[in-house]
Design a protein around this ligand. Structure first.
Ligand SMILES: [Zn+2]
Length: 131
């Protein structure tokens, strides 16, 4: 987790960032033709357009993925702010107050720092967990 926000919000943020980067690169590429002109401008425009296009495609992929995941998200009543939020997986943050919520009884009743550590460990470690 790069940001202290819920997983769905983070996916939306990355999708938006990639779209903006892609559009920016395409505009820069086009501007390269106008201002530089000639062969150099064409090369810059080509590179900008190709990278921009891939960036936009990537952002569409992320939006699609986020959409797929949000269908499997669980709606829960946040115990902190009493708003309806969506959870991805067993542990996630509330979309509104950023409180860490968990479905896992073994992880409940510990501090946020401990949970953060456990999350980092499970996401960076291998898939196989000793039961
Ligand atoms: Zn909340």
């Amino acid at each position: 987790m790069l940001l202290k926000s819920s997983k769905i919000n983070e996916f939306r943020l990355w999708g938006l960032l990639l779209t903006m980067i892609g559009m920016g690169l395409m505009i820069l590429g086009t501007a390269g033709v106008v201002f530089l002109g000639g062969q150099a401008g064409k090369i810059i425009a080509g590179i900008g357009l190709v990278i921009g296009l891939f960036s936009m495609l990537g952002s569409m992929g992320i939006y699609f993925w986020a959409g797929m995941m949000s269908t499997s998200a669980v709606q829960v009543d946040c115990p902190e702010c009493h708003k309806m939020t969506k959870m991805l997986g067993k542990t996630d943050r509330c979309m509104f107050c950023k409180t860490i919520l968990t479905m896992d009884a073994s992880k409940a009743n510990i501090t946020a720092d401990e949970l953060e550590l456990a999350q980092q460990h499970s996401s960076s470690g291998s898939q196989s967990k000793p039961m």
